[in-house]
Design a protein around this ligand. Sequence first.
Ligand SMILES: [Zn+2]
Ligand SMILES: [Zn+2]
Length: 306
Amino acid sequence: MKKAEIRKHYFLDSYVIFAPKRNLRLHNIHEDQKEELDINECYFCPKNLKDQKIIQDFDNKKYPGIAIIENKFPALTPDNPKAFGKQEVIIETPEHNKELSDLPLEDIMRILRVYDQRIKELKKLKGVRHVLVFKNDGGKAGATVAHAHSQIIALPLIPPKIVRESDAVDEYFLNKGTCPHCDIIRKERHSPRVAYLDDNVIGICPYASSNAFGVWIMPLKHQRTIDDFHGEELESLAKALKKITGKLDDAGISYNYFFDNSLDLESHHFRLKVEPRINIWAGLELGTGMVINPVFPEDSAKFYNS
Ligand SMILES: [Zn+2]
Ligand SMILES: [Zn+2]
């Protein structure tokens, strides 16, 4: 078994302790079964959507099979000056028992286009400073409904975590004259940490990943938003997402993914981060901000390529 190792993030001041567990068997993770709601009770199934505030229905001609509704229990609302914002849910398929990874590529491409469209719409709202797209899949990832969906939140401020990372990206750019993520791709594309690679898109298990099986999906070219992905490039992004989430679904692993690029600044490189939820944050993590990860990224990449 490999020895434990402390690794530093590519360009941020953060550290991860890799400490392989002797018996981390993937089938042990299965206890995290999603709560299976009856179709009659599921409020994301088409027949139950009637009384929801529907922004776009499943039979929308441009994006058939996808519905967008207002979040039924939003924390942030446009009419609350003390917690201003907007929350939407994107229901990825009318079918109750399908995962995102079960959908054909064209459907996943349509979902990606809907993300782009909703980000643009929400950014137009007065008072909105930041928009985040994310997905919670499985109980450990915070999902409360099994029916495949993702979420969008429009915030009245730019979260400090995002400001810090943005500052670090800009500092790197000023010092070296290059984008840190373009440099990471150059360094990593021939490394044992590649989980997905084609002519347009790469999936990297980061050198100091804070999550077991964590992957950053990025375009090989310096592209800032989904809007910059055309034809084949968008198909590549859909393929990468299907492969990565499919492996996690097959192993019964809960995951979150989110867009990490949403500032849309020149120096920013599009990143879709997939963060599986295996490691539990305990006293060490809470007390130091340093995370213990039981799976080296080289082994995570092997899992995706197996
Ligand atoms: Zn359903
Ligand atoms: Zn770049």
